[in-house]
Design a binder for this molecule. Sequence first.
Ligand code: HEM
Length: 388
Amino acid sequence: MSYGKDNQGDLLAPLAAYGISPITGFVPPIDPLETLSSEFQSWEAVARDLPSLIRSRRLRAEVTKLSILDPLKLESDRARERALLLLTVLGNAWVWGDREPNLVIPKMIAQPLCKIANALDRPPIVHYASMALNNWRRLDINEPVSSDNAQLQIRFTGGVDEDWFFIASIGVELEGAPLTSLARTATIGSHYLEDSDLAAVVCEVASSMDPILCAVRRMREWCDPYIYYHRVRPYFAGWPVPGIIYEGVFEAPQLYVGGSAAQSSLIQAIDALLGINHGSTTAGAYLRAMRRYMPIAHRRFVEDVELKSMLRSRVANGNAYLREAYNEAVQKLTDFRHVHMGLAHDYIARPSKLIEQEKGTGGTTFIDFLHDTRHSTISAAVAQSPGC
Ligand code: HEM
């Protein structure tokens, strides 16, 4: 179906300007680089051997042998992403990769890490965009990327559970790719489409949520909760209070949260389109803070959709079709959050046996946080007829 005048570029830029592909969504459409040039092979070598270096507790000794290199000599976007991936992983492995955490990242990692993170306006810690979005290779280069045609490049301890934890997340992003175009169309359409045409776009938004629901359920296929809890998540945890010192860069401890799909732009873009108000609560503030962990172009997309979408106010005064379509989309997002809460329960709360005290890798007291985000989603549904 064509929705007519999609030339309202003044409302939202084309997807490409936000670093989004209509085919792969927030996942880069060109495969991430697999190695840096010869000058940077010392980083590659440590990152490649990470599982054995962590197991044998030799990681820190190897890191201290590194010399300080300048990542800004790398010119292409893909090379800079690769450098950020390697250095964030080395930083997290340094802190968490032995019996006791080491709270001072040495200058041979800290200096290039902070330099490249600053250049890309991203955090100097493992985060979703580095570890998931930019950390895969295709198994069959003649087939498109999918969760069944990708493997993780850089791993902390290795194994199918770690591989699948991140690849399944990429699967959710890939299934969500059509939603990026639809979010743009619906945001623009919310300014000029008739109710019935706008309802048709919103219906498509709702039905396009089904594949992401299937994809998130697939997490259970190859990622075992016990292995995830004990072997996978400890390495991408955030920094403990009061933070970590980056030697030769910051004298005072710096505090960052760990890698979490709460840093995914996909669900935040859908929230933004639907006008889901997580408000000024702790949950709302946290989700806004997570935008600092997104690639800058993706962050702009979420912010622009949030600013420009009139959908919710159109729905408030819209016809029955529009209200029904909107409620359907809200229901699908609620279903996603419900299924996701089941994962958080089975993969963290249950193996931790602490339930109340346990935090997510993103640092939230996640049971309350995830209840709050689901509650604000449910509350967004509108009465079927005005005045009901
Ligand atoms: C075993 C798999 C997973 C577990 C255990 C898990 C756990 C969590 C936890 C604990 C949080 C709270 C933030 C934090 O402290 O980290 C969170 C947030 C979030 N996660 Fe996951 N997650 C999983 C998979 C996924 C996947 C595959 C996606 C989709 C890409 C996803 C999307 C989100 C989103 C969007 C949030 C923000 C909260 C919201 O918008 O409702 N998660 N997750």
